[in-house]
Design a protein around this ligand. Structure first.
Ligand code: KG4
Length: 338
């Protein structure tokens, strides 16, 4: 008998539902919210309203695509945090209500664990999955962490950002260039046509394995300000070079600490996760970093890099097997470490 889990993700601005049976993905439906684009960032109140509209059709579609009905489910896993409280409340309440109706348990998932465990989602029986331990570089709009993963339940944060996250560095610099939100994917595309050596930006000097991206952001801003005094069309004329140089610097900052973490722990594999792991330059650099050192690189499919319920169902599956269920009175939480 297989174990079938419905996953629900609603931590930020994507409503997603997915079905996983014994680690094998059967459906993964995501409804993105376009309403935030005009505001240059996610508006929490609009996000929770959109989740309310989306959640029922998204869950129905995930069950339909998986070819099952609610009565085939063993449990419902949902993101309990971290994230926007209003958004999390929608997924949390829906998951609990549906589970009460079906008389099955709920499993609460830490969104960050979901990103790390997304590497265990199988789309075919033959697909390989990581062996423990490995290091996961978790890079998203809200986090930049180096995590030593010893098991699905034993994750140690070795380093994290002391200010901006890698995704914020992409997004804030993109904003200065007048690019739409979120700017990371635009920088990625522009960087492919630019010269990564064109500009030099400041890099942090932080002890240990923690990251910092605020200095880079300031130095990017000053470069633009100083050059615009000479050429008012500087950003327009040099946008590809700016993007390529920015992306290269972010990658160098990421790899510098990652390399220290690999030396300190002696792990043989490195995984990446979170929205920024969709970046072409980051993916190529991590692969190259691992190839040079004889390490195994786990680069997620792009559809599993951003927020998705498949990773929530996967993380929920591990907890379900352990019998670690969520009580109905457990509320969502906005902030937490791994
Ligand atoms: O994990 P995620 O979907 O959610 C948050 O933590 O918010 O990550 C979103 C972040 C944004 O900062 C976005 O700009 C960045 O991931 N991102 C990228 C790319 N795709 C998404 N950054 C650089 N290059 C990309 N291709």
């Amino acid at each position: 008998m297989s174990t079938t889990i419905l996953g629900i993700e609603s931590s930020c601005d994507d409503t997603s539902a997915a079905v996983i049976s014994d680690g094998l993905l059967r459906s993964n439906v995501i409804a993105s919210q376009k309403v935030h684009e005009q505001f240059g960032g996610v508006v929490p109140e609009l996000a929770s309203r959109a989740h309310q509209q989306n959640i029922l059709p998204v869950v129905s579609e995930a069950l339909r695509q998986a070819g099952i009905s609610g009565s085939d489910l063993d449990a419902i896993a949902f993101t309990r945090g971290p994230g926007l409280l209003g958004s999390l409340l929608v997924g949390t309440s829906f998951a609990k209500g549906m589970a009460i109706g079906l008389d099955i348990p709920t499993v609460d998932v830490n969104h960050l664990h979901g990103h790390v465990l997304s590497h265990f989602i199988k789309e075919s029986e033959e697909q390989k999955i990581p062996e423990f331990p490995f290091i996961c570089l978790l890079i998203s709009g809200g986090n930049s962490q180096i995590i030593l993963v010893r098991s699905p339940f034993d994750m140690e944060i070795l380093g994290s950002t002391i200010d901006d996250a890698a995704g914020e560095a992409f997004d804030k610099c993109a904003k200065v260039m007048g690019l739409p939100y979120p700017g990371g994917p635009y920088i990625d595309r522009l960087a492919a046509e630019g010269d990564p050596e064109a500009f030099k930006f400041a890099k942090p000097h932080i002890q240990g394995l923690d990251y910092s991206f605020s200095g880079l952001k300031t130095s990017f801003l000053y470069t633009i300000r100083d050059n615009m005094k000479i050429d008012p069309d500087f950003v327009e004329n040099r946008k590809a070079d700016l993007a390529a140089s920015l992306q290269k610097t972010i990658i160098e900052i990421l790899i510098d600490k990652l390399s220290k973490a690999v030396r300190q722990t002696g792990v043989k594999a490195v995984a990446i996760g979170g929205g920024v792991s969709a970046n072409s330059g980051v993916r190529a650099a991590i692969q190259d970093f691992c190839d040079r050192r004889g390490l195994k690189a786990w680069i997620p499919k792009r559809s599993f890099t951003t927020d998705n319920a498949a990773m929530v169902a996967m993380a929920g599956y591990f907890k379900y097997l352990k019998g670690d269920f969520c009580r109905l009175d457990m509320p969502p939480y906005s902030k937490v470490e791994v």
